[in-house]
Design a protein around this ligand. Structure first.
Ligand SMILES: Nc1ncnc2c1ncn2[C@@H]1O[C@H](COP(=O)(O)OP(=O)(O)OP(=O)(O)O)[C@@H](O)[C@H]1O
Ligand SMILES: [Mg+2]
Length: 261
């Protein structure tokens, strides 16, 4: 089955300017889907560094896990990449968009390129499953026909076609997260960021969600998954980046057996 929705919408925002090669410790390569170069973040002037000189690159189609103790800076790293927060210093390029050159009118273009899901689902309680997913397209200016075509197709991918008319309060935690994934993916972003998406789920639902993330990744989407779960790290045996006190202390190709999250 082809999960992708019909691409009938043309992006109107300007094409991002090419990334300039600079004399830096790590060269900035255009082929990276995600690039952070010596990024630091201090939330308060006299506060600690939540991120401390972090350099990182993630290739298109990669599935990367970010781990680390509570307060290590995982969500901060994600907020840098989604532009929810700006870094105190350092350079960030995501999906070809250089954040130094990003102005407010480019934010819709960025939002179309990235999808984000969270531990607490963040669904609108007074909207149905269909409406929660449709809202993502409405905001982006898709027509009613495009919404009628694309939302059911995306609900099919996450296995919730039959729940389209239900409200979030009538869904299990796993189902709510699948709605959130459908909402994040319906605009076909190139990257999906997930901040502890299984943190509120039991083991069975955790693996349903992880399998869905793997499926989305297999269709070509770059996935960055933040988790506290050693079991996910071990079983996925994929690229794993460990943060500690705002620094990257490990970055391995296979976080499988023997790698302690
Ligand atoms: N908005 C904020 N203002 C001030 N300090 C913040 C803010 N957000 C995070 N911090 C601080 O930055 C550090 C990193 O926080 P962050 O939320 O990134 O950790 P985390 O690794 O995601 O932890 P958890 O596993 O508990 O979610 C912590 O010391 C935290 O207190
Ligand atoms: Mg966090």
């Amino acid at each position: 089955m082809d999960w992708r929705v019909q691409q009938t919408k043309k992006e109107t925002a300007p094409t991002p300017k090419p990334v300039v090669e600079t004399k830096q410790r790590r060269p900035i390569r255009q082929c990276n889907m995600i690039m952070m170069d010596r990024v630091s973040k201090r939330y308060e002037d006299d506060g600690l560094l939540a991120l401390d000189n972090v350099s990182l690159s993630i290739a298109p189609r990669e599935f990367a896990i970010v781990i680390g103790a509570s307060g290590a800076g995982k969500s901060t790293l994600l907020k840098m990449l989604t532009r929810e927060e700006k870094p105190t210093k350092g350079k960030i390029v995501v999906g070809g968009i250089d954040y130094d050159k990003l102005d407010d009118r480019d934010i819709p273009l960025l939002r179309r390129r990235i999808g984000v899901i969270f531990q607490d689902f963040r669904l609108l309680p007074n909207r149905t499953v269909f409406e929660n997913v449709a809202l993502s397209l409405e905001i982006a200016g898709y027509s009613n026909k495009e919404i009628r075509d694309n939302v059911p197709r995306m609900l099919e991918v996450v296995g919730l076609r039959s729940k389209a008319d239900k409200f979030p309060s009538h869904l299990s935690g796993g189902e709510k997260q699948r709605v959130a994934i459908a909402r994040a993916m319906v605009r076909q972003p190139k990257i999906l960021f997930a901040d502890e998406p299984t943190g509120n789920l039991d083991s069975r639902n955790t693996w349903e969600i992880v399998k869905l993330l793997l499926k989305i990744n297999s269709f070509g989407t770059t996935v960055v998954l933040i988790t506290h779960s050693n079991e996910i790290v071990r079983r996925l045996n994929t690229r794993t980046i460990k943060l500690d006190h705002g620094k990257i202390v490990a970055d391995v190709e296979h976080g499988g057996e023997g790698f302690q999250a």
